[in-house]
Design a binder for this molecule. Sequence first.
Ligand code: ADP
Ligand code: MG
Length: 698
Amino acid sequence: MNLNNPIYYIRGISNARASKLTSEIGLKTINDLLHFFPYRYIDRTKFYKINELVNNTSEVQIIGVITQVKTVKQKTGTRLIARFQDETGFLELVWFKGHKWIKDSLKINTQYVVYGKLNHFKGMFSIVHPEMDILNDYKAKLQTKLQPIYSSTDKLVNSGISNKVFRGYIQELLQQIFEKIEESLSSEIISAHKLIGKKEALLNIHFPTSPQMLEKAQYRLKFEELFFIQLQLIRKKIIRKNKIKGYVFNQVGEVFNEFYAEHLPFKLTNAQKLVLKEIRKDVASNAHMNRLLQGDVGSGKTIVALLTMLLAIDNGFQASIIAPTEILATQHYYAISDLLKKMNISVDLLTGSTKVKKRREIHENLDNGQLHILIGTHAILEEKVSFKNLGIAIIDEQHRFGVAQRSKMWKKNKLPPHILVMTATPIPRTLAMSVYGDLDISVIDELPPGRKEVQTVHRFDKNRLAVFNFMKKEIEKGRQVYVVYPLIQESQAMDYKDLMDGFESISREFPIPKYQISIVHGKMKAPDKEYEMQRFVKGETQILVATTVIEVGVNVPNASIMVIESSERFGLSQLHQLRGRVGRGGDQSYCVLLSGIKLSSEAKTRLKTMVETSDGFKIAEVDLKLRGPGNMMGTQQSGVLNLRIADVVKDSPILYNARNAAIDLLKEDPNLLKPENNQIHKTFAEISKTSGAWSNIS
Ligand code: ADP
Ligand code: MG
């Protein structure tokens, strides 16, 4: 018997049931079953008397006897009912399925232990499909106080695999293979982190001998799970640094220096300087850079991107920025062209709506090396686009891109270009460690000086008039206003109606010619969107009514109010992004969150968080707590979060410990070749074989 044998090797698991277990909950091998952990435990030391039961008692365990069994026909089908009593009263046991078999097996006037969920109907208690043990058997069997409950499906239960049966399998399994379970960690790590052994942990996770042992078992197994993930991520990072060569940008040349000395429009913040230093160290090192740059909205990532590109140009390379939307790409293009206008650097823009003739020109100039910087959307990633020598690719708002798309544009390169991924969605540290643990991470954690914090308020719909008046006052001062509507895929038609109704009522409230209004939404053609956006950017319109297409990146420093309609329907990170559109100039800015009166408690938390803080990392932490790691940006495809037992949010202290243990280990023994790390090596090799899930980001 070995752990990779199929589960039908276990005594009692028939082939038919084995295939049910595979199709329903994915259990194939004995090892799978061994690592299928209970999701909760119930205390089976407590017995109830029937007269102690109250309406809201949920799961109960009672000792008593069956005095009578009858079959009752009803409209909804036949049911089997047994009268069950102890010395204090009686209740009913009910079965809808398997009558015949159950009826034959029930023994009248024999003491049973009955366990199940208590129902209460018209003064009568009942338990449907109870778990039954004859008292004497129950006493004789190995009983733990904490009884494991495994997640299951209706199909499993209906095919006879109840939790009780499943527990029996696990018991059988442990008896058959217990001696074969091998330790997977080194004794050094085990003692340094005060872990219990693997065998003991597996036994206690299934059948805890005490609550204390259960806790130790959980800690050990979570640690192990996180440890091996970290080991993979960190090892991958080390390999990348040692093996994957990158272009060397070893000189800071004329272009960089001229720009820095003469055209930089402001002093860099310390955070920007620090990040630039990190990047320069990377690109001068002969290794390939793969860096994630996190910086809150408005923290000034663009200038860092530009300076990095100038460094590439100084070393004879081309550079590129890829943005998720046309609006954003266009805006980068204008901003960067403007910054470079006094310099002899060629910059161009390539998007889905670039005309064929222009496109050809771009292709040619990329090919012959005359074009230094290409800014664009995913249009840049098309087959035909090919650089002479791309030195760095900067990806703005990474989460919008599929990872696989990224490799075509550098097909002429000898080496892969350096990659800088910029994101304004702060990723909580624990999540970054588990999902992007193999990337280098830089953070701009400081806003440019002189920014006034955006004042945020929450108002109910019925106070909209006051909001309109406030908008008028600000517009009189020369400011501009965004009004944003949600656009959620499934209910598009309705959302457009909301948007159009809103647009109409705003048009009535803010009539032409005194007021001019732009409107931008997803159904418009790109040139129309662009036209409307530009009117707002140039200050020709005072109000921009939009769906969330403006979410990322749009920069209009004169806009000072962000009104978010139906704000209860937005996620926290979206709200934060939207709010980041204002507060970009010197004026006091405002964010108004409008909502209906009825709010879910989550929505309340979201709006309250927005009102209380503007720190993107704090907001991201709340978001992570509300939604769980599986729903966070960029985690779905990573697979790193398909954890068996650990939870990167709740178990973050264990995560830190496991990560440090992995770092220390790889420092001492990079290839896990020392004899004392033999078991780790073995487990690591097995895991690496089965998981293709670890390759995120280039
Ligand atoms: P984001 O990180 O959101 O992309 P941007 O790069 O668009 O931020 O910068 C936001 C605004 O702040 C821009 O108008 C930019 O010119 C300005 N800015 C960036 N860095 C500084 C700085 N060090 N001092 C003053 N203003 C800055
Ligand atoms: Mg930006």
